[in-house]
Ligand binder design. Structure first.
Ligand SMILES: Nc1nc2c(ncn2[C@@H]2O[C@H](COP(=O)(O)OP(=O)(O)OP(=O)(O)O)[C@@H](O)[C@H]2O)c(=O)[nH]1
Ligand SMILES: [Mg+2]
Length: 804
């Protein structure tokens, strides 16, 4: 076991103070292995310098040159203090050297020698001295005391020293020389570089393990991945802050990128838990050799400690693009680290504000911590790193959207936003008690609000550039007025006579459509709000102001009263070639809001018109299932009533004793509806009696029944007056197809007046008795004839017959 112990016996923090300290050493112990490493480092530094020169990056070149020169000066110091320096020089190229996971190949060694030659030339050029190689020279047994000294004297030194302490883990090689990177932090003239070096101290536990551990501990480790892990750890902040690092564990996705020995991982776990810190100080274990001049340099130089294959690789990978891409979040983090190197307290304080995005990463990558073995390479770790930082960049926006996108979608809607369902429940809870007839209603309808789009990005381990996957919100539900329909017979809607079909009493004054759901992750669109159907009686007119919008005169007719709002767009919608990570999302739109006036015009085939007490209600009860009130006083009926007469066929009706079929099922072949309206009197158009406003309910009736009380004197005058009132209400209404019904024929005086009535009104007047049911068959036959005539005319005009 070769041990490299280049000891700095004084607590130093920077180059300016360290070099004098180094000069005070009489002999700086050195070894062949250490020299090989230092030369190889220098070789890679030269590689980086040349590479940056070819790319025209002068700033990076300057920084690397400064590093290189410090290394050369330090090598010269070692050479001065060791008389047998020549014997420690690397072996000839034929000699194999395996250093760390990648190992230093023969070519690597030779290149190192060659680069050393180049370095000599560089020294000759008069470049400033450097002591970077001290970072590669471990001081295992003594580094604890050094760290303590550094912490007590110079905070910046303590930072790097603590970083080095992380590298020592129970599973790490004890044979590898511990590194000491303290000198890098005192470079006031290259503060940026110093800060980077300080940052990278944290990651060096891993990288140094590979570099220097020639033992079998790291023989199977993948240098690249571990390098990268070390780099990610470097970005996490000061490694000496054991407790604070716990808060940064979301960066754990980087750790799994090392697929090497489990011992390393265990060591890191201890490191996170803070146990490793104390343990490493008590042991002479390999410590980090950190420094990464900048974003590129970090990675490049770190890779330079590895074989050439690993070294060249990162420059071809998107990682470089990532660092070059100017990710603002990452840059801010870097700035935070740099500032932190100047003063430890500042470092730790600024580090965390700059990592606001990490909590989000923790959610996304938390499980990765427990499964490091699934990450096979550092490139994948890079991808995670990139994704994590990108997520951090969009973190605030995503957090703002999450209340919409995730939580709200999973939680029940607040009661205030879902007015529609609440109203439905309320309507369902209404007592089925007495309902008043309502033929006018003012209704405020509002469509449901569209769900909000969300902003989120695809989160998946080992998948780089997940891309936006915020789904769109669902559309709000519409509010639809629907003519009363209990079912369908083929394509024909079937209505049923019940209490609700006759009135708008069940219609509420306000309806709110159901809201659409918000979008979700993984391009999940929110569910659209279900349409809210409002049952209205057949014959309902929908008006907005004075404009008639719809006439629901047939069962099943629908009218969309209010449209739901469109759903918002998720950030996936805004994905474009020039914006691969959009954070824009749009909220859902409110639904349409309208104030409508509903007016019911009762729909029936036949409308019965007559004076009060003529017996209209009695007649309706006699021939239909309707049960209107019957009394011997006028104006018993105050609201229209609709009764349905079901015909099986004409012969059956005629063959019955009563001449009437009262089927209550749905098997009727044909049916007629009769509307019984309040009684009219002479001067109704002058608002006498109940007025004639209720005539609207017979306005839709294609044919009429004039019901007269044959028991009163001059009953034919009632017909004259009725027609006059109808004509004043609506011109031509009295000329519709009609039949004259002379009721109460059972009374003796009524039967005596029948000839006079027929002489004045025609022989078509039907004499019957609603009370006894006499001659009702003739009325039904007449209704059938009128109905057939109406259907025939309607078919000629292309109208579908109204069915009940
Ligand atoms: N004798 C006899 N009485 C009848 C007949 N039809 C109805 N009546 C009576 O006439 C009175 C009024 O009957 P209604 O059916 O209420 O008359 P209406 O036309 O509906 O009256 P309003 O609802 O006020 O318009 C009741 O007392 C009935 O019993 C009938 O055929 N013969
Ligand atoms: Mg009545």
């Amino acid at each position: 076991m070769e041990h490299c112990a280049c000891t700095l016996r004084t607590g130093t923090t920077g180059l300016m103070s360290r070099q004098p300290a180094a000069r005070r050493l009489a002999v700086i112990p050195c070894s062949h292995l250490l020299l090989c490493q230092m030369l190889d480092e220098n070789h890679h530094l030269i590689q980086c310098i040349l590479d940056y020169q070819s790319k025209g990056k002068a700033a990076e070149c300057t920084q690397y040159q400064q590093i290189l020169h410090r290394n050369l000066v330090y090598l010269a110091t070692i050479a001065d203090s060791n008389q047998n320096m020549q014997s420690l020089l690397p072996a000839p190229p034929t000699q194999s050297m395996t250093l760390g996971p990648g190992g230093l190949s023969q070519s690597g060694s030779s290149q190192g020698l060659h680069s050393q030659g180049s370095l000599s030339d560089a020294i000759g050029a008069g470049l400033p001295p450097s002591s970077l190689m001290q970072a590669q020279i471990g001081n295992g047994p003594n580094h604890v005391s050094m760290q303590q000294t550094a912490q007590s004297t110079l905070p910046t030194t303590s930072m790097s020293m603590s970083g080095s302490s992380h590298g020592s883990g129970p599973g790490y090689s004890h044979s590898g020389p511990a590194s000491q990177s303290v000198p890098l932090q005192g470079q006031g003239t290259i503060s940026n570089y110093v800060s980077r070096a300080n940052i990278n101290m944290q990651s060096n536990p891993v990288s140094m393990m590979h570099q220097q551990a020639a033992s079998s501990h790291y023989g199977s480790a993948q240098g690249g991945s571990q390098h990268y892990q070390g780099q990610s750890m470097a970005m996490m902040g000061p490694s000496g802050q054991g407790s604070s690092m716990m808060g940064q564990r979301p960066l754990a996705p980087y750790r799994p990128s090392q697929q090497g020995s489990s011992q390393q991982y265990l060591g890191q776990e201890e490191y996170y838990g803070g146990e490793q810190y104390g343990h490493s100080q008590a042991a002479s274990e390999p410590v980090s050799q950190p420094y990464y001049p900048d974003g590129h340099g970090d990675y490049a130089y770190q890779q330079s400690s590895y074989p050439e294959q690993s070294y060249d690789r990162p420059f071809e990978e998107p990682t470089q693009h990532y660092y070059e891409g100017g990710n603002s979040q990452y840059s801010q983090q870097q700035a935070g680290y740099q500032q932190g190197t100047a003063q430890q307290q500042t470092y730790s304080q600024q580090q965390y504000p700059n990592q606001q995005g990490y909590p989000g990463q923790q959610q996304g990558y938390g499980p990765a911590q427990g499964a490091p073995s699934q990450y096979s390479g550092y490139q994948q770790g890079q991808g995670q790193q990139y994704g994590s930082y990108r997520a951090a960049q969009t973190g605030p926006a995503a957090q703002q959207q999450r209340p919409y996108g995730y939580e709200q979608a999973s939680l029940p809607k607040p009661p205030g936003r879902v007015g529609g369902s609440g109203m439905l429940d309320l309507a369902a809870r209404l007592p089925p008690a007495k309902r008043h007839f309502v033929d006018h209603r003012r209704v405020l309808v509002r469509g449901g609000r569209g769900g909000d789009g969300v902003t989120c990005f695809h989160s998946e381990p080992r998948k780089e550039f997940g891309g936006p996957d915020g789904g769109d919100g669902g559309s709000g539900g519409a509010v639809i007025l629907r003519g009363r329909c209990l079912g369908w017979r083929g394509e024909v809607a079937v209505s049923a006579p019940d209490r609700q079909v006759k009135s708008l009493s069940s219609v509420l004054s306000r309806y709110q459509g159901l809201d659409g759901e918000d979008g979700g992750r993984k391009n999940c669109f929110g569910r659209s709000g279900r349409p809210l159907h409002i049952r209205v009686p057949v014959g309902t007119l929908v008006k907005e102001g004075s404009e008639v919008l719809a006439d629901l005169s047939h069962p099943g007719d629908e009218y969309i009263a209010a449209l739901g709002g469109t759903g918002g767009k998720g950030n996936r919608f805004f994905l474009a070639n020039d914006n691969r990570a959009p954070t824009t999302c749009t909220p859902g739109q409110p639904g349409q809001e309208r104030v409508l006036f509903l007016e019911l015009k009762t729909v029936a085939h036949a409308g019965m018109v007559g004076f009060p007490n003529a017996g209209k209600s009695s007649l309706l009860r006699a021939i239909s299932n309707a049960k209107p009130a019957v009394a011997s006083y006028p104006f018993t009926t105050l609201n229209p009533h609709v009764g349905v007469v079901h015909y099986e066929d004409h012969q059956q009706i005629a063959g019955r004793a009563t001449g009437l079929s009262r089927r209550r099922g749905w098997g009727a072949i044909q049916s007629d509806a009769l509307a019984d309206i309040p009684g009219l009197i002479r001067g109704a158009h002058q608002n006498r009696g109940l007025g004639f406003a209720f005539l609207r309910h017979i306005e839709r009736c294609p044919f009429l029944l004039f019901v007269v009380d044959l028991s009163v004197p001059e009953p034919w005058t009632q017909v004259y007056d009725l027609k006059q009132e109808l004509e004043k209400y609506a011109e031509g209404l009295s000329r519709r197809p009609h039949a004259i019904v002379a009721n109460k024929i059972d009374l003796p005086q009524a039967r005596a007046r029948l000839p006079q009535l027929r002489a004045r009104l025609g022989q078509g007047a039907i004499a019957l008795s609603a009370a006894t049911g006499e001659n009702l068959e003739e009325l039904l036959l007449r209704l059938k004839e009128l109905h057939d005539g109406h259907v025939a005319v309607g078919l000629e005009l292309g109208h579908q017959p109204l069915r009940w």
